[in-house]
Design a protein around this ligand. Structure first.
Ligand code: HGY
Ligand code: MN
Ligand code: MN
Length: 437
């Protein structure tokens, strides 16, 4: 801070044009670039944590691998001069002081947990590139006007749990839901150093940040197909999730006549096909997914007495999600009658509202991308992101980079080091532009 007080009028003027004077050193911020090799190395190092016995990536939230991965991220943040703090929700927050600590922080973030048998790029690219941005600033002795933060949000894949908590939207009942690690969310938060009893401490009121920026892999194939370097996200879909329970009657598979069966799995199968038909039967980009199913008692010679499956609906329009759900419920009622079963829906508390990204931030990303000589496409995100929750607190923006083959949530997920490098440069230059505002 002393440097600032000593800064001459000339250096203040120079700063407005993107040049910092620090003693003898002059830094033109517009020529700053991230380091492709460092980013590649950090992604590779993080990928070593959370492998299963067959060497596949399985760093699900709150698992031992996640805990080790988070320790690695904390260490990397510290190595790059950040002040590291774990909030009550278990999010890792790395902070760097600005020249004017009365200004609101500019925040970059994403997540380092993954889906079961996921890839090494979803989330990790955003957190690691943000740390790399901090490293570049550190190496060039650039002190921004605003304080800066990097947040590695907890359990993004379980329903943006960490960012839900920061936005004050982590419902108490969600704490009892079982995460992919087998722990409840409350137990998981404790395991990563948070305190679920003090979640209120993690909440940031609206207007707590100057801006939020998240770099992420596209997880689809639009950028690759259209040969664009950067995706500028205009909006993120809303996601609603339900647990669907079908109760039939478990009975002998050989002696019960076909007409007298109350087969819960058969009802589930009919309903799953109907869900698909309903969602495909209306115009638009809405999607549905049934990704998990359990059947009881689960024996070859017993008629299934109970089936429980997950249902997820996504769209940019929240009303449309609920209209689709209404149609699904109506169909479920008739399937229940037809199969002599009961069907109930429990809405899970980890849904995300659709979120529009801030127009000004989209423009800032566009300017950075163009100045760097990269091509871009303005697009919607079909995947959920922490930016959704952060958009409730501050102007938010997202930068996408191409996913090879459009594959994600798979061990085959991949983005080239060059593509990530370009995204990280856009992140760096956008942060510096935001800092001038
Ligand atoms: O499921 C999602 O959309 C995200 O990857 N969390
Ligand atoms: Mn992600
Ligand atoms: Mn994901």
């Amino acid at each position: 801070m002393k440097q600032i007080r000593r800064r001459s009028l000339f250096s203040m003027t120079a700063m407005l044009f993107g040049i910092y004077i620090f003693g003898q050193q002059t830094v033109n911020r517009t020529v700053l670039r991230t380091n492709q090799e460092s980013i590649k190395q950090y992604i590779c190092e993080l990928a070593q944590y959370g492998k299963d016995s067959l060497g596949r990536g399985n760093r699900v939230a709150f698992s031992n691998g996640d805990i080790e991965g988070r320790a690695y991220i904390s260490k990397l943040m510290k190595k790059n001069g950040l002040d590291v703090h774990i909030d009550a929700a278990g999010n890792i927050i790395g902070s760097r002081a600005g020249q004017d600590m009365s200004l609101l922080p500019i925040v970059m973030g994403s997540h380092t947990d993954m889906v079961p048998l996921g890839g090494n790029y979803d989330g990790a690219v955003g957190v690691i590139s943000a740390i790399e941005v901090m490293q570049v600033l550190q190496e060039h002795h650039v002190v921004t006007r605003h304080p800066l933060q990097v947040i590695d949000f907890i359990d993004e894949e379980g329903g943006v749990v960490g960012s839900h908590a920061v936005a004050g939207n982590l419902n108490k009942s969600a704490l009892h839901e079982i995460s992919s690690s087998g722990l409840t969310i409350a137990e998981g938060i404790r395991a990563v150093g948070g305190n679920p009893d003090k979640l209120a401490d993690a909440i940031k009121p609206k207007g707590s940040f100057a801006a939020y920026l998240e770099l992420h892999i596209e997880q689809g194939a639009f950028l690759e197909n259209e040969k664009k370097d950067i995706g500028i996200v205009e909006g993120i879909v809303g996601i609603e999730e339900w647990e669907v329970t079908i109760n039939g009657f478990a009975n002998h598979a050989g002696t019960t006549p076909m007409l007298h069966r109350q087969d819960a799995l058969l009802a589930a199968a009919k309903l799953i096909v109907s869900i698909n038909d309903i969602v495909k039967g209306i115009p638009g980009k809405q999607v549905c997914n049934v990704g998990k199913i359990a059947v009881e008692p689960g024996a070859t010679n017993v008629i299934p007495g109970k089936a429980v499956f997950s249902l997820e609906l996504r769209d940019l329009d929240e009303k449309k999600i609920w209209n689709m759900f209404k149609a699904i419920k109506l169909r479920a009622d008739s399937i229940a009658t037809q199969t002599a079963t009961t069907i109930s829906f429990k809405n899970l508390h980890l849904s995300s509202k659709p979120a529009l990204m801030n127009r000004k931030i989209q423009d800032i990303i566009k300017t950075s991308t163009t100045q760097l000589g990269y091509s871009y496409k303005v697009m919607a995100s079909g995947a959920g992101h922490d930016a959704q929750e952060m958009a409730l607190l501050a102007p938010a923006g997202m930068i996408f980079i191409p996913s090879v083959g459009g594959i994600s949530h798979s061990p085959k997920e991949y983005s080239t080091p060059e593509a990530i490098y370009k995204g990280a440069n856009v992140l760096l230059q956008s942060i510096l532009q935001l800092d001038r505002q």
